[in-house]
Design a protein around this ligand. Structure first.
Ligand code: 3PG
Length: 306
């Protein structure tokens, strides 16, 4: 019997778990939910007899892939696949897919929620400000960036975006001001929302030089990846621009130092929360299950990333 291991340190909502199981049951597959595991070694043990895996940000290293002798496919239920060692997967004939767009709305809503939270001084009872009329810069106009733009329009924000991979006409048709350079985006924004993936080109790309283009008083919102931030550069900017703020769904490694020094100007969720809604879990989880079935039964490889 084909076995699908759903390995999630951060479990899906109960409703999603039930629906993923039903989807795989109907295909005649065996499912095992391996949730909240304590150590990477436990994962390495659990993958031994899996034919397929559904994961979230779980670290699918070369060691994990090497230990999964029957593995044919890994689906990352979500967008970013920087947690999966693609080279090791390809070398072992394991297909890797993501489920783009399935959890985007949850992340987009959180990005706007974080902006409101910062604009209202972390709900501390003091007089804050409004999003209406402010300039929102969106770095990367993909599934999440686009939804952020749409929600922000409802707040009356003025939208700017930079994405060299999206046609100008597409953005202009959606009433988005197109920035020619990333510097231009950073210079114009009162709020800057990051929606870039973590890869060799983007790691530490949000550095001192780029952040120095931002206005003092502006807010950087990161619901993407902590790896894209150059933390030393961020620290320096926070020191120099005494009203610059940083809110993120992915706590940086220097979280404690930032919190200690810049009370009220930084905020980090205790755990990555962007995709933690029942709706996002159901959408991404079921899409992942269906993609596994389509691949194993018919060789359909849409959303293959390796
Ligand atoms: C993604 O890449 O899809 C999001 O960052 C969500 O990640 P998560 O599944 O670990 O919450």
């Amino acid at each position: 019997m084909t076995k699908v291991l759903i390995a999630t340190v951060k479990p899906f909502a109960k409703a999603a778990v039930d629906q993923i199981k039903t989807t795989l049951d109907k295909a005649g597959y065996e499912t095992e939910f391996f949730e909240k595991y304590a150590a990477q070694d436990d994962l390495i043990e659990a993958v031994a007899d899996a034919d397929a895996m559904i994961v979230r940000s779980d670290k699918i290293t070369a060691e994990v892939i090497g230990a999964a002798k029957k593995l044919k496919i890994v689906v990352r239920a979500g967008a970013g696949f920087d947690n999966v060692n693609l080279e090791a997967a390809s070398a072992n004939d394991v297909v890797v897919m993501n489920t783009p767009g399935q959890n985007s709305n949850a992340v987009a809503e959180l990005a706007l929620g974080m902006m409101v939270f910062q604009a209202r001084n972390h709900f501390n009872g003091t007089s804050g400000s409004e999003l209406k009329g402010k300039k929102l810069g969106i770095q990367a106009y993909g599934n999440v960036g686009r939804l952020v733009a749409n929600i922000a329009k409802g707040f009356g924000m003025e939208i700017y975006a930079y994405d060299p991979f999206v046609a100008r006409e597409t953005m202009e048709a959606e009433i988005v001001n197109v920035c020619e350079t990333v510097d231009e985006l950073y210079s114009v924004s009162d709020y800057l929302s990051l929606h870039i993936p973590a890869n060799d080109k983007t790691r530490k790309s949000i550095n001192y030089d780029l952040l120095s283009k931002m206005k003092d008083g502006s807010v950087l919102v990161n619901t993407a990846r902590k790896e894209v931030i150059d933390e030393d550069g961020l620290m320096k900017i926070m020191e120099e621009k005494t009203n610059f703020k940083y809110v993120s769904d992915i706590a940086p490694d220097n979280r404690l130092a930032l919190e200690e020094k810049f009370d009220g100007r930084v905020f980090f969720t205790p755990k990555k929360m962007g995709a933690q809604t029942a709706e996002a879990n159901i959408n991404a989880g079921i899409a992942a299950a269906k993609q596994i079935i389509a691949y194993l039964e018919k060789g359909v490889a849409t959303f293959k990333v390796n």
